[in-house]
Design a protein around this ligand. Structure first.
Ligand code: NAD
Length: 479
């Protein structure tokens, strides 16, 4: 049984949960403690007590600790990647890549601990100087989803600590294994007791306790829109700072002048890889008339060659869906789309066993054509390997359709036209825009986030993370 890490100690939970491998449901990854409200409050108290000293720790101390954490994660990327693939179901190359990203994020923020610059300004009054600086907030509550079990925790924990905050981290119930392994590394990193705490457990209990506690200065959340709305309401009620990263319905526009190979690669990569379970996945392919039929035929041909199998088996392109309820949701949306008049032209078949006969939650990638902008399949996030095609007459209509969504996380365009690429970058209503690249797959040192219903609050990652994890102080001095 893996325990929670609170005030520098490993503690039994009130209950425990079983972590199941979605590629082989007979395989128990492990048993993990689940905290209750009282234990969560213990973690909050420990973090609060640790804050005064940690917020004044030297940049060198923070650099050394975060850099060492990053080095260990990178050195153990194969082992941690295997655990991640086993509990979440992404393929080994994807899982190892995610672990490496987590390691690089810790190293990036180790550097940021050394660069907390400020500004000096003259006052409008004679003899007065002004300094503008950033300070840590206090205790940060971190709530993460299941689809990036180590990278998302890393991109919240690393900046929180780098800027001098303390952390209470609640990972997703479905994937406690990678979160626990990360916490175990942090527990040996030299962080003073209470600076970092892990409380695994239910959202309705551990998560809700974090949201309600006045000792939590700020909450950073990634997950679904519904839960994000609860986080927002709870934080506003007590005027706590918060940041939300939520769903997407990301468009990939394919114009007549696109390089067909590039366009197909962008669509297949970001539509189906990681089993379509990425907030930046392209789930709407908006294709102009002149290339539509050739493009759909080429995507279907490529889809036939994708191997859906055990996530940890060499040669697997697409691992299983994360669990039965997500599989049910994926299948339900395929049915809803068909009932609204879409054609299922490829895939969409639930398979109960891997090639080796393991019971798991397998689904062949699904392509729906003949869809229209008002259908639910084009307005609601599925979060699976389910992609729809919309036909557009020209670039202008394609751009309109791309923006015609309640979400605004990522958007892509495949084109060889500099004019259209430039116009799309400027006029897309998404936080991240890709030209001739998949919408999923972003760098770790630059801002990440969206607009409209996808995000709320300052951007995550890169230097922009300071906006959330610090507060600004303006100090006046009369010489
Ligand atoms: P979810 O909303 O069900 O859960 C997210 C986290 O919130 C979990 O840790 C959960 O336990 C916790 N939670 C649940 N109820 C809570 C409550 N009442 N109070 C406090 N915490 C609570 O999301 P999920 O199913 O784990 O993740 C999938 C979703 O995450 C998708 O919608 C996806 O688009 C989104 N996502 C967004 C991004 C992004 O950066 N925009 C990245 C990855 C995933």
């Amino acid at each position: 049984m893996q325990k929670n890490f609170i005030a520098g100690e490993w503690l039994e939970g009130a209950r425990f949960s079983r972590n199941i491998n979605p590629s082989d449901t007979r395989d128990l990854v492990g048993e993990y403690a689940q905290a209750d409200a009282a234990q969560t409050q213990l973690a909050i108290a420990a973090a609060e007590a640790a804050f005064p000293a940690w917020s004044l720790s030297t940049p060198q101390q923070r650099f050394d600790i975060l850099d060492a954490i990053g080095s260990e994660i990178l050195a153990r990327r194969a082992e941690l990647g295997d655990l991640l693939a086993r509990e979440e179901g992404k393929t080994m190359p994807e899982a190892v890549g995610e672990v490496a990203r987590a390691g690089n994020i810790f190293k990036f923020f180790a550097g940021e601990a050394l660069r907390p610059g400020g500004e000096m300004m003259p006052s409008v009054r004679p003899g007065v100087g002004i300094e503008i600086s950033r300070e840590a907030l206090g205790v940060i509550g971190i709530i993460t989803p299941w689809n990036f079990p180590i990278a998302i925790p890393a991109w919240k924990i690393a900046p929180a600590l780098a800027y001098g905050n303390c952390v209470v981290f609640k990972p997703a119930d479905l994937v406690p294994g990678s979160a626990w392994a990360l916490a175990e590394i942090l527990s040996r990193s030299g962080l003073p007791q209470g600076v970092f705490n892990l409380v695994m457990g239910r959202g309705s209990e551990v998560g809700a306790t974090l949201l309600a506690d006045p000792r939590i200065a700020a909450v950073t959340f990634t997950g679904s829109v519904g839960t994000g709305q609860k986080v927002a309401a709870a934080c506003v009620a007590r005027m706590a700072k918060f940041q939300l990263e939520m769903g997407g319905k990301n468009p990939m526009v394919v114009l007549d002048d696109a390089d067909l190979g590039v366009a197909v690669n962008c669509a297949v990569q970001s539509g189906f890889f990681s089993t379509g379970q990425r907030c930046t996945a392209s789930s709407r392919l908006i294709v102009t008339d002149g290339i539509h039929d050739r493009f759909v035929a080429a995507v279907m041909e490529r889809m036939q060659s994708l191997k859906v199998d055990d996530a940890r088996k060499a040669g697997t392109d697409i691992g299983p869906v994360v669990d039965q309820s997500q599989l049910d949701q994926d299948m339900a949306y395929i049915g809803i789309a068909q009932a609204e008049g879409a054609q299922l032209v490829c895939g969409g078949e639930a398979i109960e066993r891997s090639a080796d006969g393991h019971p798991g939650f397998y689904l062949t990638p699904a392509l729906l054509s003949g869809t229209s902008a008002t259908m639910r399949i084009n307005r609601e996030e599925v979060f699976g390997p389910v992609v729809s095609v919309l036909r557009a007459t020209d670039y202008e209509e394609a751009l309109f359709m791309a923006n015609d969504t309640p979400f605004g996380l990522a958007a892509g365009i495949a084109t060889t036209s500099l004019k259209h690429a430039t116009h799309f970058k400027r006029h897309s209503q998404a936080g991240m825009v890709m030209v001739n690249l998949p919408t999923a797959g972003v760098d770790y040192h630059v801002p990440f986030g969206g607009r409209k219903g996808s995000s709320y609050g300052p951007r995550e990652q890169g230097r922009y993370a300071a906006e959330f994890y610090t507060t600004v102080k303006t100090a006046y001095t009369q010489a």
